[in-house]
Structures are given as C-alpha cells and as structure tokens.
Design a protein around this ligand. Structure first.
Ligand code: NAP
Length: 327
C-alpha cells in the first residue's frame, strides 16, 4: 500500500480487514515523513516504510494513494516488479490503455489492463453509480452537476484543519488556513484545483472527461461546478440529467432503488432526503429528491450523497482488485 498514512490509505487498511481481502503480507509505504510510524492491522503492529523500488519486489498488488506525482514516479518500478497497480490519483486516468473502472458500472474494462488500473475521481465514481442504471434504460444526452465536497476530499490534514479552524471561529478568533486555500470553517468556496483555459477548474473537467470514458459516451454534454463545503466527510451532488425522451420519475426511482451500490432515501412526505451523515463510513451512495425538471420535459433532477473516501476511493479500489481475483 503506497500512501498508507493518508486519508485513503487509512480507509484501505480498514477495508482490507473488514472485507477479509486475501493478504499474505502487507507492506505499508509512505514518505520519509511517516516512515517508522506504526499502524495496527488485524491485531499486528505494522511499521510504515519509506517507498523504494525494492519495497515492490515480490508484491502482487499495489494500492496507490500517495498523489499523482508519486504514482508517476513509481509506476515503472511497480510494473517491473510484476505487480498490478490500482491507482487512486489522477495521473493515468485518461491515458489510453489504462482502464478507468467503477465495478458496478464498467467491470469488463478492468480486464484490459496493462499493469495499471485507475480509480476514477471520487465525485465521478459517486455520480456514475446513479447515472448508469438510468442511462441503461433511456439514452442520456446531457448532465449538469453541482458538487458539495467535504474537507476529507483534500486529505487527512484538511479534515484536521476544518476541525481546528471551526474551534477558532467558535472561540471568537480569526481562522487562518494553511492546508486549504481559504478557511472552510463556517464557509465554502469554489474547488481550488487549477482553472483551465475554458474557465472550468481541473476537478470539474475530471468529472466531464472521466464520466465520458467510464460510460463510453465520448460526446456526452456535461457541465460541472465543484464547491468545497464545511462537511468533514462525504460529498453531495445536485444532478440534472437530460435523456433522449421523457423518463417517468417512478421508473427512475425503482431503477435506482434496485441499482448495485445505491440506496434510495426519497421520502417527500416527511421531507427526508440524503445527507452526508447518512453515508459516512458506509459503502452505498444515497440518492433521493428524484423529480421531473420543470424546465425540460426530458430531464430529471436528483440529489446524491456518498462517502468519497470509502466508495469514492478505497472501496472502489478494493472492489477492482476483488473483481480480478474472482475472475
Ligand atoms: P493524504 O491524506 O494527504 O495522504 C497522502 C499519502 O501519500 C500519505 O500517506 C503520504 O505519506 C503519502 N505521500 C505523500 N508524498 C509522498 C512521497 N513523496 N512518497 C511516498 N508517499 C508519499 O491524501 P489522500 O486524501 O489520502 O489522497 C491520496 C490520493 O488519493 C490523492 O491522489 C488523491 O487525489 C486521491 N483521492 C483522494 C480522495 C479523498 O477523498 N481523500 C478520494 C479519491 C482520490 P506521509 O504521511 O509520509 O506524508
């Protein structure tokens, strides 16, 4: 595991144990910063090692969550060691020959790998879980999505910063951020990934390009606005999907209720719809507030929440590995 001390790495550790993933030896790798620290796993104390080429010798599977530059740096060494790399970073997602996989959506793609499989962007994983069952029934032609992304999407240190700065505000002080570009305490801001030439940020364009690749819809019209919100963990998304013909709301509700990895929380009578706390630490995404778009007869609106460290990263990566093991 490369990036073992991070937010995704910690979740991977828990899931490997909870899902009884077959492991004969687990190596925890990170940078020199956390080398020498220990993590408990299945009742043992494992020591984190600094990543090196030798650390991949004899390894079958590398679950990487140490960021794009680190994944790029170690890819050759991992492949040379004969291991499969399932990578959580964005480094290889759009590369030809690298499958981009959500097991509930495009499992077959995983089998075409050449040593690397990419785990999609967290918001994209959550979104495609809801889009796939609908698009399988009526072709989809346009998606407009706004995201409400939690601090944990920016890593373990961003979560800590939100906790600390919230206390600063509660104590009457002025919060000063060091990890995120602005204080998230009782605040929100547009996603801070670099702006592209088209004025969309990188995170927004990841959603566009990755959804098209996963769903094999290269011409899908897609627009996203990504926002960071003061939620500790679990992302939310407001989604508008236009189909080639009207999509009855009841049918959409039944399809989503039956879709793998999706839970329906859609109780208009008591105004109860998904919240981040419904999905925190849990596997399924929650979808609700499914309604006809009053401005477009062929479009539906809905809302979803999903734990992006779990299904949006660690769980999805482990499910990819499980898929290959079970074949
Ligand atoms: P994080 O909490 O900041 O953890 C980063 C991990 O990478 C730590 O274990 C860190 O080790 C390690 N690392 C950093 N630089 C390294 C280097 N030069 N060599 C070796 N290890 C190094 O970040 P995260 O949130 O877990 O995210 C990790 C990756 O997953 C990123 O690519 C991110 O985009 C992606 N991702 C994150 C989420 C999410 O919700 N958080 C979701 C989907 C995908 P040290 O402790 O030694 O610094």
């Amino acid at each position: 595991m490369l990036g073992a001390s991070g937010a995704v790495g910690q979740e991977l550790l828990q899931l490997l144990e909870q899902r009884a993933f077959p492991v004969s030896e687990l190596r925890l790798l990170a940078s020199s910063r956390s080398a020498g620290t220990t993590q408990s796993w299945k009742g043992q104390q494992l020591t984190v090692q600094e990543v090196s080429a030798e650390a991949f010798q004899g390894v079958d599977l590398v679950l990487a969550s140490a960021g794009g530059s680190v994944s790029k740096q170690w890819r050759e060494a991992i492949i040379a060691a004969g291991a499969l790399m399932v990578d959580n970073s964005s480094a290889f997602r759009m590369e030809e020959g690298v499958p981009l996989v959500v097991p509930e959506v495009n499992p077959d793609a995983a089998f075409g790998h050449q040593g690397v499989i990419a785990n999609p962007n967290c918001t994209t994983i959550l979104l495609t879980l809801a889009l796939a069952p609908l698009a399988a029934r009526v072709p989809m032609c346009r998606v407009v999505v706004s995201t409400y992304q939690s601090a944990s999407g920016a890593g373990a240190r961003a979560m800590e910063e939100l906790r600390d700065l919230s206390q600063v505000v509660l104590d009457g002080g002025t919060p000063e951020s060091a990890v995120l570009p602005h204080s998230l305490a009782f605040n929100l801001f547009l996603h801070n990934s670099p702006l592209q030439a088209n004025s969309y940020c990188e995170e927004e364009m990841k959603m566009v390009n990755e959804t098209r690749k996963i769903m094999e819809l290269p011409d899908l019209r897609f627009s996203a606005t990504c926002v960071r919100v003061p939620v500790l963990r679990a992302h939310s998304e407001a989604v508008n999907v236009e189909f080639e013909q009207p999509f009855p709301v009841d049918e959409a509700r039944s399809l989503l209720a039956a879709a793998p990895g999706v839970e329906l929380i859609d109780r208009p009578d008591d105004n109860r719809f998904p919240m981040p706390t419904d999905v925190t630490g849990r596997d399924p995404i929650a979808v609700g507030r499914i309604r006809q778009d009053i401005s477009e007869p062929n479009a539906l609106e809905f809302w979803l929440c999903g734990d992006q460290i779990r299904k949006g990263a660690a769980l999805n990566a482990i499910q990819i590995a499980e898929l290959l093991i079970s074949s």
